[in-house]
Write a protein that binds this ligand. Structure first.
Ligand code: ADP
Ligand code: MG
Length: 677
């Protein structure tokens, strides 16, 4: 145990009560305190008084040139007055009813005062005293609580540096510090609290962020290395001849990208190493068939496969497409979801345990208790951004070591992929099947809805179908339904003459009802499907060519892109119409960018920029670590560099024993509470 991991109670002036108060801020050890960085700094600029506007609120620095005098008058009223000088200009400062500030004003010393400037009278009506101005123009401001105030915290941090600063060990190798001109660890930590100037703060922050990202990457890549070095997975020896036959019988030629990722996955299946692979591909790029191929491969090796999806509708649909591709005599597929009737569930479970079912498709009910496989070889999760860390953990905790493939149509910006899935290998389908015509996206105002509907006749009379999406209304599910129902009624009336059937799908319906309505749409019985976002992910009806999204500004970019991906799945030209009257700039920007690009990666980068990683991913679900200093968006370049450098070190055989890396090896060996969990 190093001294830094001791309780803050080892600091003078910190007893049990204060330690408890500090703990509510997450500060338990000396190290916590040293690393409790300010979230901003009071930026006391050097403002010259002749340049300050009349009545401007401003901080002015100067020297106290006349001693403070307090005059009391009336009941509890007082006036504190003194004079300051900046360069050669002298001015008056007065504070009302704060006589106690007198002690802070010392003749002949520097002072920074915040207040309202009166240019004519050359006087400042003071509101706050910001200290001597000597501890920098840059005063730290911390997140504090009722019980721990700024003025308690700052001296404690100073004291911690005085008493324990020499225990702060360097953990970055010298070569890296030199290469990137990074400050020494102690100095950087100190300057994070008490920078002399903005430039010094910038350097300190650069060092601290680099360290944070770099250590994280060292851990992550260490884990990956560990996975690789031990043969702890299954070697799925699939039958290559049968697999080739299966692929040749598919209704279409695979794209080059599909072939490439299939090879990558198959190589992993065969190897005894445990596969953890992320398959990324924009909507419509054809991930499902890749899943089918590798599931088939797994079955030819005598193993079982599972395909997990976030919604029942999607499970149903995948089940159907798999059954369409497999010969039912050769591969047995079952569907298991939360709404599978008890009796059926029982028999499916029995058959799974006996190995009579080869592939099971389902929602997360699949990994719940009571499900036992005879020999599970491959788990595929579709749309895994909905599939949280928790579910992944459940798999692990069951002691299953199947190969795992995560599929996602939400292209993950590179910075996030590196961070959240750095321990995984990544395959990317970067090509759409040939013959697809890019979807044309238009943004219209609500008042133009009926002219859009007029236009839609062209598509509908050509035999195509249309989705109409209504947003979820957060406050109440009832409102969603009402909203969707109103639009449904409006459309029914609108298309009554043509006798176009309109369907309605919303979250309050029972699963069977939903399925029936989906089925009617797939069969083309209903031409128009009004839906809340239950159809968001994965639904595949290639005959639908129009996606009409109501109140589109209520959706995030990723979601809009997903929804748009429901059309443009066949060889016909398709359209996405966004109906929105965005109240703010962000909304407008989102609508605009949707009309400008069909590229999911571009959109997700933009989304990240507009909303930040927490919003885009939802921290709890995502498995994204919380960084203290680093910002995944603003510091993306540092993250990239840190990752490359970490990879370079892991390339060195036994780097841990090299003298240069002793500091690093030590931190990595220490138990870590910060990153994982
Ligand atoms: P996603 O990647 O969004 O899951 P899907 O797997 O649902 O995409 O595929 C979208 C559509 O493209 C489906 O109708 C599928 O049958 C079709 N498809 C997939 N691969 C090809 C291909 N190589 N050539 C032509 N059509 C394909
Ligand atoms: Mg899909």
């Amino acid at each position: 145990m190093t001294d830094l991991s001791q309780s803050v109670q080892f600091l003078k002036g910190v007893g049990e009560a204060r330690a408890q108060n500090l703990a509510t801020l997450g500060i338990e050890t000396i190290e916590d305190l040293l690393g409790y960085y300010p979230f901003r700094y009071e930026d006391i600029q050097e403002r010259r008084i002749e340049e300050i506007d009349d009545q401007e609120k401003v901080t002015i620095k100067g020297v106290v040139v006349a001693p403070p005098v307090v005059t009391r008058f009336g009941y509890k009223k007082s006036l504190l007055k003194f004079r300051m000088m900046q360069d050669h200009a002298v001015f008056n400062v007065s504070f009302f009813n704060q006589p106690y500030l007198k002690d802070k004003v010392v003749l002949g010393e520097d002072l920074a005062v915040y207040g309202k400037w009166d240019a004519k009278k050359m006087a400042l009506t003071g509101m706050k005293i910001l200290g001597s101005g000597q501890q920098g123009d840059f005063a730290p401001i911390y997140h504090v609580s009722q019980k721990v105030k700024q003025k308690t915290l700052i001296p404690l941090i100073r004291q911690a540096f005085t008493d324990f600063g020499d225990q702060i060990n360097e953990n970055l190798p010298r070569s890296l510090r030199e290469k990137y001109r990074l400050m020494d660890r102690h100095d950087a930590m100190f300057a994070m609290h008490f920078p002399k100037n903005p430039a010094e703060h910038h350097q300190a922050k650069r060092r601290v962020v680099f360290e944070e990202f770099f250590l994280f990457q060292m851990k992550l890549q260490g884990l990956k290395q560990q996975e690789k070095s031990t043969a702890n997975g299954l070697a799925i020896q699939y039958d290559n001849t049968r697999l080739k036959q299966f692929i040749s019988k598919l209704p279409f030629q695979l794209t080059d990208a599909q072939k490439r990722v299939t090879n990558e996955i198959c190589r992993d299946l065969k190897s005894p190493q445990h596969m953890q692979r992320l398959l990324q591909g924009d909507v419509g790029s054809g991930k499902t068939v890749v899943a089918a191929i590798v599931l088939y491969a797994t079955v030819t090796a005598g193993f079982q496969g599972a395909l997990m999806v976030p919604t029942e509708i999607l499970a149903q649909q995948h089940m159907e497409s798999l059954n369409g591709l497999f010969d039912p005599l050769e591969v047995r597929v079952a569907l298991l979801t939360g709404s599978t009737p008890t009796k059926e569930r029982k028999s499916i479970l029995a058959e799974l345990a006996a190995g009579e079912i080869d592939i099971v498709v389902g929602t997360h009910a699949l990994i719940q208790e009571g499900v036992v496989f005879r020999n599970l070889g491959l788990v595929i999760t579709d749309e895994q951004h909905r599939f949280g860390v928790n579910q992944r953990r459940v798999l692990r905790e069951k002691g299953w070591r199947p190969d795992v493939l995560f599929m996602t149509a939400t292209p993950i910006p590179r910075t996030l992929a590196i961070t959240a899935y750095g321990e995984m290998d990544v395959s990317i389908i970067d090509e759409l099947p040939a013959g697809r015509i890019p979807i044309e996206t238009r943004w219209v105002r609500p008042g133009q809805l009926d002219s859009v509907l007029d236009w839609s006749f062209r598509e509908l009379s050509a035999g195509h179908q249309m989705y109409v999406i209504c947003p979820l209304i957060e406050e109440s599910e009832m409102l969603d339904v009402k909203n969707a129902t109103e639009i449904y009624e409006h459309l029914k009336a609108f298309y009554a003459k043509q006798e176009y059937q309109v369907g309605l799908l919303h979250g309050r319906m029972k699963n069977q009802e939903k399925e029936a309505i989906m089925e009617e749409f797939k069969d083309g019985k209903t031409k128009i499907l009004v839906s809340t976002t239950v159809i968001e992910v994965g639904v595949n009806v290639p005959n639908a060519t129009v996606m009409l999204i109501m109140d589109a500004d209520r959706f995030g970019l990723a979601q809009l892109h997903q929804l748009r991906g429901r059309v443009g799945r066949g060889a016909e030209a398709s359209y996405c119409i966004l109906v929105a009257d965005p109240k703010n700039e962000y909304g407008q920007e989102r609508m605009k960018i949707m009309t400008e690009t069909n590229n999911g990666f571009v959109l997700s980068e933009k989304d990240l920029e507009l909303r930040g990683p927490g919003e885009v991913f939802g921290f709890r679900q995502s498995g994204l670590p919380q960084f203290v200093a680093g910002d995944l968006v603003a510091d993306a370049t540092i993250l990239e560099v840190a990752r490359e450098e970490a990879a370079a070190i892991w390339q060195l055989p036994n780097w841990q024993v090299l003298p240069e890396y002793q500091g690093l090896a030590q931190v990595l060996a220490a138990p870590e509470k910060q990153f994982f969990d």
